[in-house]
Design a protein around this ligand. Structure first.
Ligand SMILES: *Cc1c(COP(=O)(O)O)cnc(C)c1O
Length: 381
């Protein structure tokens, strides 16, 4: 299969010789026009019409009633966790298979992650394993959930929609509701992916997106917090803008705030990218179909969108049979100019988080051993 794979990718990307990256951005719309316009307006920083317009586009697209633009997805997640009420020395549930930013944002609040396994069908937090962990290790007292052995409060749960594929998010939200745990969705990778017709990122109390250079759409660097809670939406805007009390000239602040507001210059690019999001996703879904057809001829599983879901297919992925074969495939494809990449090292193995609480991680381990991401950029005719 390895040889045929290389030929297939070169053929699909119409790229007979040059290097084929894992994911590169496309600037085929109004990017230059809007960025030049932002420069001409002199409003390049934290105030300007493009930041407001970008937030409006995200509200319209996702259906969330509030959207607050931030400098990146990690900052968005940090703010969302603070607004969910996460405090120092508390516990936040997440999955062992995620990008480091998920755990870093938890650590910024002074809380510690608790790792619960993923499902192999979604690659995201398993609602069944979440429920069995909560059933056996926690208790609810005065409207809060406590981990019995440590006595610590579990103040949030952060599922992540891995590679753009929706988690079983309604089941996760339902389990968490029974235990009074707010859900903050790390939807950094899944803008435009839906579960039962609803946009990922809008199921929890808060959700966050990323517009880093490798994501489905990008503005260089950027992020967004979304919520349907108007009060939290207002607080998110306040905290991301140095907690300044709005006034025409006075500088008064009522909180320790953050300089997390997305610059208007980046937002200009984001507005142009948003106009193309549906077109990008259509192309990405078409590429995924081609991959699925190709891999159906071989004994390798191509990761497809879970049931009841529509995925943006941010990063396509396949499963090899074991870690040794995975490494052979990585070696073979990268040597031939086709960029492929293993899954992230499990967060439970990193020195900063290896001593954190964890449940069984069998599924995450199997995915770490076998999964490889394959080229996934939008192919324009
Ligand atoms: C990209 C990403 C983020 C946020 O990344 P930024 O680079 O800070 O925008 C957070 N979580 C996951 C899972 C991601 O993939």
């Amino acid at each position: 299969m390895f040889d045929q794979f290389v030929n297939f990718v070169r053929d699909v990307f119409s790229e007979p010789t040059a290097f084929i990256p894992l994911h590169e951005p496309r600037f085929t719309g109004n990017e230059r026009r809007y960025v030049m316009d932002a420069i001409d307006s002199t409003f390049v920083s934290s105030v300007g019409q493009y930041v407001d317009r970008f937030e409006e586009q995200i509200r319209d697209y996702t259906g969330a009633s509030c959207a607050i633009a931030t400098v990146n997805g990690t900052a968005a997640l940090h703010i969302a966790l603070l607004l969910a009420g996460v405090k120092r020395d508390e516990l936040v549930i997440t999955q062992p298979l995620s990008f480091i930013a998920t755990c870093n944002a938890i650590a910024y609040t002074g809380a510690e992650p608790v790792f619960i396994d993923i499902d192999v069908t979604t690659l995201s937090l398993s609602p069944t394993k979440l429920k069995s962990f909560l059933d056996s290790h926690t208790e609810v007292r005065t409207g809060n959930c406590y981990h019995i052995a440590s006595g610590k409060r579990i103040s949030a749960c952060v599922p992540m929609h891995t590679f753009g594929h929706p988690a079983q998010i309604d089941a996760i939200v339902q389990v968490c509701r029974a235990y009074h745990i707010p859900v903050v969705e790390d939807a950094a990778e899944s803008l435009g992916s839906t579960y039962r017709g609803q946009q990922t990122g809008t199921f929890g109390l808060l959700g966050t997106y990323s517009f880093n250079g490798n994501k489905t759409i990008t503005c260089g660097g950027g992020g967004m917090v979304v919520t349907n809670n108007e009060q939290l939406g207002k607080l998110a805007k306040h905290l991301t803008t140095q907690a300044k009390i709005p006034h025409r000239w006075a500088f008064d602040h009522d909180h320790i705030g953050y300089n997390y507001r997305l610059p208007n210059l980046n937002a200009a690019m984001a507005c142009a990218q948003m106009e193309q999001l549906d077109m990008f996703i259509a192309h990405k879904r078409h590429l995924a179909e081609q991959y699925a057809r190709f891999f159906s001829n071989y004994a390798y599983q191509f990761i497809q969108e879970p049931t009841q879901s529509q995925s943006n297919y941010w990063l396509n992925a396949i499963l090899l049979n074991d870690r040794r074969e995975r490494d052979e495939f990585l070696e073979f494809s990268n040597n031939r100019g086709i960029m492929t990449r293993p899954a992230w090292t499990l967060l439970t193995k990193l020195p900063m988080f290896e001593n954190c609480l964890r449940d069984d991680t069998t599924n995450a381990q199997s995915i770490e051993d076998r999964l490889v991401n394959i080229p996934s950029s939008v192919i324009l005719a």
